[in-house]
Design a protein around this ligand. Structure first.
Ligand code: FAD
Ligand code: EPU
Length: 346
């Protein structure tokens, strides 16, 4: 299916009314590649891959073709100690979590209700409630859009980090994630270290109970993009060195600090923004969400400029108070493609 000079409003969760030259839905690797080959004849028109648009901010109209990845298919193979899943990049992530639970396979429940497609999950290494994709990911299959070359990357090659992977850095040659391989261990262990999950009984808990608790927590604090435009956490939680952290602690003993395995210290961006009394602060139609300060929302009529200006103010206020510079988690898209988000709000 292909649409010409079309609004992207319903194709991304911020709900901002921007346009693309073309929007094309690709349901197979072949059609994805065919669309890119056709592109060669209309030279220099950029291409943007999109799943469900739940982690993007369009800065303006996109002067090219948007390819919506809807490559489907879930296959499950039983191994001695695990289940191996091969999942098409266009499958919905939350539906996949539900499908695995319906089949009695635990392991993805902490990642329930994260919007988006399976193929987008490795790009920022989605995570929630102390589980990140890299803990269950076996491989990521991609094709390069210039020549159709296929490559399978194992988890080490993906260089996963906190909201980070090789896909945000090395791949300048346009590529598409076409499938993701996941491994769910038969010996299921609950992860009950985050938030209200701590109150669940580790002896009687089941994957479904965790799924329900995660959904409940998320619904209580995150806005539903179907009614309030947003892209989840707008900023990443900042990672700082232990010496910067101890200096900060001496000035602000109430600020939470989370020691990481590599010795760095993670701060809560939500808490820093909250301490700057920015909840509810708005510019035009963009606002800091009242229930979760890390989330910027579209109250109905926000322009891209409103969101950028608000993000800039939030970043500046946090830096003035805490000397910590927040970085966006959301991918910023200019007229030609993904652009440096920090530069835009500096
Ligand atoms: P999109 O927004 O469509 O794309 C994101 C980026 O990936 C873009 O740069 C796009 O060009 C690129 N891309 C997409 N598909 C492909 C492909 N097949 N090949 C190559 N490039 C591609 N994230 C978390 O990690 N944890 C959370 O708890 C979480 N909660 C959220 C809650 C809400 C309410 C919202 C709105 C978002 C939340 N997010 C969270 C962010 C978001 O859900 C994830 O980043 C998700 O993986 C994005 O999927 P998507 O399909 O919508 O990606
Ligand atoms: N807090 C405040 N003020 C607020 C909100 C929260 O002070 O307005 C405090 C809370 O009290 C808590 C701390 O901030 O002590 C952390 O809050 P929360 O548990 O809600 O998590 P978060 O850091 O805001 C991160 C992820 C989420 C993920 C949750 C659960 C990032 C950038 N965000 O949010 O991911 O779902 O943890 O694991 O890492 C996303 O990436 O889009 C996203 C929603």
């Amino acid at each position: 299916m292909s649409y010409h000079r079309c609004s992207l409003k319903s194709w991304h969760t911020f709900g901002i009314n921007v346009y693309a030259n073309n929007i094309v839905i690709a349901t197979s690797t072949a059609s994805l590649f065919y669309q890119c080959q056709k592109q060669d004849y209309q030279k220099d028109e950029p291409i943007l891959l999109l799943g469900q648009g739940s982690n993007v901010l369009f800065l303006q109209d996109f002067n090219g073709k948007v390819l919506i990845n809807r490559i489907k298919g879930i296959s499950i193979v039983e191994k001695t100690n695990s289940w191996l899943l091969h999942v098409g990049a266009g499958e919905n992530w939350h539906q996949l979590v539900k499908t695995t639970l319906d089949k009695g396979l635990g392991g993805l429940e902490n990642l329930a209700l994260i919007p988006g497609c399976v193929g987008s999950a490795p790009i920022q290494n989605i995570g929630a409630y102390d589980l990140e994709l890299d803990q269950v990911c076996e491989y990521v299959d991609i094709i390069f859009l210039s020549n159709g070359e296929y490559r399978r990357l194992n988890t080490i090659e993906c260089c996963f980090g906190y909201r980070d992977s090789i896909f945000k850095h090395l791949y300048k040659d346009p590529y598409a994630v076409i499938a993701v391989g996941l491994k769910l261990k038969k010996k299921w262990r609950p992860i009950l270290t985050y938030g209200h999950l701590r109150y669940l009984n580790s002896k009687t808990v089941t994957p479904i109970k965790i799924f329900n608790a995660v959904c409940q927590m998320r619904r209580s604090k995150l806005p539903d993009p179907r009614t309030i435009g947003n892209a989840g956490s707008f900023f990443k939680n900042p990672l700082i060195t232990s010496s910067v952290a101890s200096d900060l602690f001496s000035r602000y003993p109430n600020i939470s600090q989370y020691l990481q395995k590599d010795g760095q210290v993670k701060l809560s961006a939500a808490q820093l923004i909250d301490h700057c009394l920015l909840k509810g602060h708005h510019i035009g139609g963009a606002a800091v969400y009242g229930k979760q300060a890390i989330v910027l929302i579209n109250t109905g009529s926000a322009s891209s400029e409103d969101v950028v200006n608000l993000a800039r103010i939030v970043r500046q206020r946090v830096a003035e108070k805490f000397n910590v510079w927040l970085e966006p988690e959301v991918c910023f898209i200019s007229a030609t493609g993904i652009t440096d988000s920090v530069k835009v709000i500096t």
